[in-house]
Design a protein around this ligand. Structure first.
Ligand code: ADP
Ligand code: ZN
Ligand code: MG
Length: 516
């Protein structure tokens, strides 16, 4: 199996942002499929008053604690000014905004930065969540909202934060989930409260969501949540800055290669990075070390990406050999194709459900992907499958995850990116997507005939077939290299750095000439 973090969000907000697209390409040979079961902790239900925290002091968090989101900070700086010196604006007849909608994936720091707004302004922060309002007893939500807004007004200037606003602010009548009446009444009460603010009410309502597309239009009308601040997952510089924030005060090795660590963590959110630093610290402590070194971070990245190492799992010699060739296949194809990302690490240490994995290092932050890059990526994904077949004359279930991901990428190329010459530059929606999270009933419908659907399938197969052939060509032209790589993996289990680069592209006698 090869893992690719393919756009997990569907359509992004505003511009089409590819930064969520296959950023991180990791191969992992799957021994068996596992789904982590969602822990079923039933939260005790509490009815009644607003659970918004009663604290009326201002939060300690400052903008300095939030890294890598400079644009969002700039926009919110203005809100801080409104809270601190409203006269400056009202004197000129300017209306102070009432609501700000914070849009971003989970873990990108929406809560953190909202808290920092209150912190910077030195005003109280009333924190609540949309899901708290959605309870069984009709009428409770609305009274809680009233309660919350009254408290905020008593303590003005202040900030009200409503997390997961989509839990109550869904497009009315969208028919997803229960508790419509309760939701509507809660939503209406929020709108009533916000409409009731007069020019002198110095309360800013900040709401957060990762589903702006399902929100009721009434919420984003002027005078309500009419300002949107989009928080994207951090780019490479942002990740380095966030890592620095979380490393502060920890005993980190002085020579730690921050640039590589930032590159390695493509696709990580702020929350992932905070977690990564913590994991590394725990790993260092377990070994009774006094400083945290690169090795701990490397292990922590592997854990986040593929799960903890499974030292106890019994692996037969044959299986080990198979995994070694499979991963060597991915790595070799990646190293030999100029359009593919460079290989960072190859390992046959089993983690989670995988028997091993190959990790690539995106050279640059990409906002645009070319067809050639996608084709190279597909070939890399096929590298494991091809190596298995060439060497063992047979394929295993280990490649199933690779194939699934590759098919996904190929489908996107054809149906979303207009990269098929047969079908031309247009998009096709499958009618299946979006059903899970569908906000409005009309969200996605098949926009094309069955004949076209057939053509799409043919095109996908053809892209995959070419990728498979390309992988096979590369491997067959480099059989000696594949063998040396696999042999070394069986002995050493993990290869990285210059040693790996030499094996992948150096000449076969051990030199460092790049192969042609
Ligand atoms: P969200 O509300 O978007 O789901 P949170 O604000 O709850 O995300 O982020 C969770 C944690 O992740 C924060 O408490 C912080 O430790 C870390 N974090 C997230 N984004 C950043 C960032 N931009 N800078 C520093 N830390 C961050
Ligand atoms: Zn694989
Ligand atoms: Mg949050």
């Amino acid at each position: 199996g090869i893992y690719v973090l393919v756009n997990s969000q569907g359509t992004s907000i505003g511009t089409i942002i590819f930064s969520l697209l296959p950023i991180l390409l990791i191969g992992g040979l799957l021994f068996f499929m596992m789904r982590r079961s969602q822990g079923g902790i039933n939260q005790a239900m509490m009815i009644g008053r607003s659970k918004a925290r009663e604290v009326t002091e201002s939060p300690e968090v400052r903008f300095d604690d939030v890294a890598g989101v400079d644009e969002a900070k700039q926009e919110l700086m203005e809100i801080v000014e409104f809270l601190q010196t409203p006269e400056k604006f009202t004197k000129l007849g300017a209306k102070i905004p009432k609501g700000v909608l914070m849009v971003g994936l989970p873990g990108t720091g929406k809560t953190l930065i909202s808290r920092a707004v209150a912190g910077e302004a030195g005003v109280p922060f009333f924190n609540t969540s949309g899901s708290e309002f959605v309870e069984m007893f009709v009428g409770v939500g609305a009274s809680r909202v009233r309660d919350l807004f009254n408290k905020a007004k008593e303590n003005a200037p202040s900030v009200i934060f409503i997390d997961e606003i989509d839990a109550i602010g869904r497009h009315r009548g969208s028919g997803v989930g229960g508790g419509h009446d309760e939701r509507e009444q809660t939503l209406n009460q929020i709108l009533v409260e916000m409409d009731g603010f007069d020019v002198n009410t110095n309360v800013i309502v900040i709401a957060a969501t990762n589903r702006p597309d399902v929100l009721d239009p009434a919420l984003i009308r002027p005078g309500r949540f009419d300002r949107q601040v989009v928080i994207d997952p951090p780019d490479v510089r942002g990740r380095e800055a966030i890592l620095n924030v979380h490393m502060e005060g920890k005993p980190i090795a002085a020579n730690l290669d921050m640039k590589t660590l930032a590159k390695e963590t493509a696709g990580f959110t702020g929350a992932d990075l905070a977690n990564l630093v913590n994991e590394a610290a725990i790993l260092a402590a377990r070994q009774s070390k006094t400083i945290i070194e690169y090795a701990e971070f490397e292990e922590a990245v592997d854990r986040v990406v593929a799960g903890p190492a499974r030292k106890s799992r019994k692996v037969s010699e044959r299986e080990k050999k198979l995994v070694a060739y499979h991963e060597a296949g991915h790595a070799l194809v990646a190293a030999q194709l100029p359009d593919a990302d460079p290989v960072h690490k190859v390992t046959i240490v089993a983690r989670g459900a995988t028997g091993g994995h190959t990790r690539m290092l995106p050279e640059e932050e990409r906002n645009l992907w070319s067809k050639g890059q996608f084709e190279a990526m597909l070939a890399v994904m096929m590298g494991g499958h091809a190596a298995e077949e060439i060497v063992f004359g047979d394929v295993t279930t280990g490649a199933s995850n690779d194939l699934e991901k590759a098919t996904d990428v190929a489908r996107k190329m054809v149906t979303e990116f207009g990269m098929s010459s047969e079908l031309g530059p247009r998009t096709f929606s499958s009618g299946q997507q979006g059903q899970v999270f569908m906000g409005g009933a009309l969200a996605q419908r098949q926009t094309h005939s069955d004949a076209i659907a057939h053509k799409i399938d043919t095109e996908i197969s053809s892209l995959l077939g070419s990728a498979r052939a390309k992988a096979q060509d590369v491997i067959e032209a480099n059989m000696d290299r594949l063998q040396r790589l696999a042999d070394k993996l069986i002995v050493q289990e993990t290869l990285q750095g210059t040693e790996l680069q030499d094996m992948l592209t150096g000449n076969i006698s051990g030199g460092t000439q790049p192969a042609v």
